[in-house]
Design a binder for this molecule. Sequence first.
Ligand code: DC
Length: 228
Amino acid sequence: MKPKEQITIAIDGHSACGKSTTAKAVAKKMGFTYIDSGAMYRAVTLQMIRNQIDLNNLSDVEDILQQTDITFRYNSVNQENEIYLNGINVENEIRSTYVANLVSDVSALLPVRKAMVRLQQKIARTSEKGVVMDGRDIGTVVLPDADFKFFMTADAKVRAARRQKELEEKGVYISIEDVLKNLSDRDKKDSSRKESPLRKADDAINIDTSNLTFEDQVNIIIKAIAEK
Ligand code: DC
């Protein structure tokens, strides 16, 4: 159960359609806590890679989950919540290609999903402020009683171009074909997996961001909240 008076906003959708930047901006405008659930799956993936876990061996997966501590800490310099894996800041490393290429496989594993959903619900429950959480199953599984649910989509080519630009700004240069391939592989795996696949909640508002500016995206959400 969420604390009384606490507003929860769930934003789900495909990879690289602007969910995280939009969710972050909405949280900032509303004075809410932003929780990046994808970052949590990426941190678990990094833990699997570092420990060379065979993903087919669920007993090893469960063991390593016991030794995985994921937390968010507020960085007052950039004013963002950053992710820590066993006490170490991994905010940059989780965006690497080797993590991106494996994260859909790791996030399809039931023990991983159970552990992450539990943690996401706990973080939301114990947050003193309202919460904006983005991901794939937030409106359907993690926060099914969220006050507001949005489902963001965008044309695959538009998404690939955006992701490529984002990576370039971080000094990572990848061809548009490779970015597109990673995105469509992930879309396919995220939407077709057995455990809580990516799906629009029946009561979510659909937002296609293909032809929207970043400001438009944020304003659509803020307006929908203000109108209710
Ligand atoms: O949002 P992102 O691209 O950083 O997410 C990385 C991966 O994590 C994505 O391919 C699917 C998975 N994920 C998930 O299964 N459930 C979530 N709630 C969030 C992300």
